[in-house]
Design a protein. Structure first.
Length: 428
């Protein structure tokens, strides 16, 4: 064999259309078409079921309120796992955020409460980093321990702080803080009123669009705007800066990163601490949104945020979609109860039918069969009933979210070194 032949590189493998590894990359026009189709489907379901609240401005505002704390917790998980550290302790960090945010918000002012909640969550994140990165404790065990510790510490502090003195006279109890002042909200003048007028006509599609947009421009909390900015900033920092490239390299191949001079421990510490701060901010959002700290008010949202992050394939956009799905279903059952959840059965059936068709086209026949089967069951359930039981109404956000996430998730790619123990110098 000649030297020339030896040095000739092998032919490149053909790349499937649509992106790396055959994964379809959606362009902006395609995304807009998908959004338009989804709005048309929801509008049709609203008209058929007669459930006007499905696309009302109040429903959209409630969905946004429900989605933000989950999205912030999931964003915290994204930071941590992109650096290679699994953060099951998001729930506990949210709990710390609710307590310290409520304490500072009541005793000082709401914005100081936001700062205190973020710092409380960061303290939980720092603890998680110390025990997992420095001491190599199993990341799952450490996260569960932080959840238990946070619940116990805040319950103890609530009894010591909110149940005595001035706090007790202002309405504090062992499980509840005194009321907290609200944070400034924003409404787009003129546009909000005009959209509200259109919504009340209940015209097909036009009123639905007015309700959807109206809910996004009326009484929007400053914390909601902050959350949106944090999503944009996260994408820019992690995918458009050298800092983000180094951080993500710690979650993909820390040995190679260290060989190139990256301080892997430092980047993991930064990522997990930021993760805790974001989860803490999600907890503050819950406390200020209800004007109280309440024991157990996170209700597993840290875990749901982690699930939304996985559904979103460890990307901010997909994470936002997962959080929005839960927030929408949660708002639907809280605002209208049985009637709207009954309409949700039809909406889910249509979505799952579309998913089944998509899976079939992609030759994922097993997933297509499951999606079609669930679509038929939900359609039959809707057609043969006029209402649903209260127990199902309360569980509907969790069931709907898990159903759609479970059947739509495919080709998930977690960071290669996510959850794997790493010791400094192990590559040398």
């Amino acid at each position: 064999m000649t030297a020339t032949a030896t040095q000739t590189p092998p032919p490149a493998a053909p790349r499937a259309a649509g992106g790396k590894g055959g994964r379809t990359r959606l362009s902006v026009p395609v995304i807009l078409l998908i959004v338009a189709a989804a709005i048309i489907v929801v509008s049709a379901v609203r008209a058929i079921a007669g459930a006007d609240d499905v696309t009302s401005s109040g429903q959209m505002a409630g969905a946004l309120t429900g989605a933000v704390p989950i999205a912030l917790a999931g964003l915290g998980g994204l930071w941590s796992e992109r650096a290679g550290v699994v953060n099951i302790g998001l729930e506990g960090m949210m709990i710390l955020g609710t307590f310290f945010g409520a304490w500072a918000g009541w005793s000082l002012n709401p914005w100081m409460g936001v700062l205190a909640g973020i710092l409380g969550g960061m303290a939980g994140g720092l603890l998680h980093a110390i025990v997992t990165v420095t001491f190599g404790v199993d990341q799952i065990i450490a996260g569960v321990a932080i959840n238990i510790l946070a619940a116990g510490v805040t319950a103890y502090l609530a009894k010591r702080i909110f149940n005595v003195g001035k706090a007790a006279t202002e309405g504090g109890t062992p499980k509840q803080s005194p009321p907290i002042e609200d944070i400034k909200s924003f409404t787009v003048p003129g546009l909000s009123h005009w959209l509200s007028t259109l919504e009340k006509h209940h015209w097909f599609l036009i009123s639905d669009l007015a309700g959807i947009v109206g809910g996004l421009v009326t009484n929007i909390s400053s914390l909601t705007l902050l959350a949106v900015l944090l999503f944009v900033a996260t994408f820019f920092v992690l995918w458009r800066t050298s800092f983000g490239l180094r951080l993500r390299s710690c979650g993909e191949n820390p040995v190679a990163a260290e060989s190139l001079g990256v301080n892997v421990y430092l980047y993991k510490y930064v990522a997990v601490t930021v993760s805790g701060g974001l989860a803490g901010l999600g907890g503050v959002f819950l406390a200020i949104g209800t004007h109280f700290y309440l024991e157990g008010q996170t209700s597993g949202r840290g875990y749901i945020g982690l699930a939304a992050m996985i559904f979103g394939n460890w990307r901010p956009g997909g994470l936002a979609m997962g959080a929005g799905l839960f927030g929408y279903a949660d708002s639907l059952q809280l605002r209208s109860g049985s009637d709207s959840v009954h309409a949700l059965l039809l909406l889910l059936a249509v979505l799952l039918l579309a998913m089944a068709i998509w899976k079939y086209v992609r030759k994922a026949y097993v997933s297509a069969g499951f999606a079609l089967g669930f679509a038929v069951l939900l359609a039959v359930w809707y057609a043969t009933t006029d209402t649903v039981a209260d127990e199902i109404v309360q569980a509907s956000p969790y069931v709907a979210t898990l159903l759609v996430m479970g059947l739509s998730a495919q080709r998930l790619r977690m960071p290669k070194a996510d959850g794997l123990p790493y010791r400094k110098g192990q590559g040398g």
